[in-house]
Design a protein around this ligand. Structure first.
Ligand SMILES: [Zn+2]
Ligand SMILES: [Zn+2]
Length: 261
């Protein structure tokens, strides 16, 4: 069982909330990453189950400062619905501003969902800012995040986070091979990289071991954490497959894996 994260910690780390996909698995939940940076609680994607995973770390809907969406497939964003519902109706009341970032379409997604759920998602006791990004840099007090469009089935962003220490963490979201992702991951301390399917089951818009190996070689991050495994991988040795294409440090993500930055 994971230990609790206190909300005033100065530790910088990421926690893999889900290393799986939208297809239910007892071992791997849908996509989501918790990032503790500069005393802030930041999420990248909120797949189904995100709020419950956060609770096991002692983090509630009231603690979340910012959410960055890579794209709007349900396995990456569906928890937006219960998250906003909890923020509206939960006790203790949420008071601080919620910042939502993502590719174009985020405002429309929110408005559509809020209509569908009869205004049960709109903020009541706090402010919400929705910022659509596309090939953009966003700077905060002492850290920054760079978004670049990648190649997926819908408009999709990858993110490069530069921490106050200068260290870099990159998340691919869902993507095919593309130079933009190599750029985002250049020299990163940690790259969390999707590896959705085995080599012989390659689908456009996702990565397979040979493409992960190519990105690893070209970007040369210190550590690569592979994630987003579809059930087509079941029974296969994912690490062995990936190591055919790259001899550096590959690690398989597990749900609730904590990686210090
Ligand atoms: Zn997707
Ligand atoms: Zn996905």
């Amino acid at each position: 069982m994971s230990s609790l994260i206190t909300t005033n910690t100065t530790t910088e780390e990421i926690v893999i909330l889900g290393s799986g996909t939208g297809i239910p698995s007892l071992k791997r939940g849908p996509a989501g990453i918790l990032m503790r940076v500069a005393g802030q609680t930041v999420l990248i994607d909120t797949g189904p189950g995100t709020l419950h995973k956060l609770l096991t770390l002692g983090i509630t809907y009231a603690d979340i400062d910012k959410v960055f969406y890579t794209h709007y497939h349900p396995d990456h964003c569906a928890e937006l619905i219960p998250m906003l519902f909890a923020m509206k109706h939960g006790e203790p009341k949420r008071e601080k501003t919620l910042w939502l970032f993502g590719p174009p379409g985020l405002k429309k997604l929110y408005q559509g969902l809020n209509n569908l759920f009869k205004e049960n998602l709109s903020p009541r006791t706090y402010n919400m800012e929705i910022i659509e990004l596309w090939d953009a840099e966003v700077g905060f007090e002492d850290w920054q995040i760079t978004a670049r469009p990648l190649v997926h089935l819908v408009p999709s962003l990858g993110y490069r986070v530069t921490l106050p220490s200068g260290k870099v963490f990159t998340f691919s979201g869902d993507t095919d091979y593309c130079e933009a992702l190599v750029g985002l991951a250049k020299g990163a301390e940690v790259l969390v990289l999707e590896c959705a399917f085995p080599e012989e089951m390659r689908l456009h818009g996702h990565l397979v071991p040979s493409l992960c190996g190519r990105i690893a070689q070209e970007a040369a991050p210190k550590k690569i954490i592979l994630t987003h495994f579809y059930s087509q991988w079941n029974g296969n040795d994912i690490l062995a497959e990936c190591r055919k294409y790259y001899s550096g440090e590959f690690v398989l993500a597990e749900d609730m894996m904590r990686i210090p930055l």
